[in-house]
Design a protein around this ligand. Sequence first.
Ligand code: ZN
Length: 215
Amino acid sequence: MPDNLVDHPRYGRRPRITGCDLRGDNLGLDPSWKYTIDDVTIIPDTGIRADVSKQHGSAIPIYVYYDVLKTCVDCRRPFIFFAEEQRYWFETLGFANDANCIRCVECRKKQQTDDRVNSEYQQLLKKEEKSWEDFHDLANAALDLHVLGRFKRMDRIRHYFNQIPDSEHHRLRIKQLKERIKKVEQVIAPQPAARFESDSEDGGKPQPESKTGSL
Ligand SMILES: [Zn+2]
């Protein structure tokens, strides 16, 4: 086994040896068709019997699940797609049995986070009447997406920022958001510094409408 295997919080990082390996048996069926099309390495003696009545998807059921060794498409680390995890996917969660697991558990979680942030951003964007808090949250969600590599439009983020009117009540939050935008912009291009409509040291008052806005 590779020594940099991704650790799974539920199943660990070692194959689960069951002593069951039916690949050589003449059962008149192919328990490993799935692993052939998914192009993975079966770990010997890790088989568990499937309940094919609970599967759907391919016309050919999976009769035995095996721990298989895979490489994550995102982080390129090796990980085990465990037999028990497959049983959970295909018999409990109802995933089609020809579904392929291409990411390690850590990258799957990260992708779910990315999707949630993106969904929040899209929901805010759809609102017809946006409050200053909506623009504040839009800018933050867009910054989150930017950090995740899924949002490139810094001009749009500045535009959201510029829709937030100054107020004693939320001056601190404006200041925090502004600092966050500046930090991100400095990472992208150290020069020039962030360009705001109003840019004084005290966290100055942004104009309600941005001339540079691009919505
Ligand atoms: Zn990964």
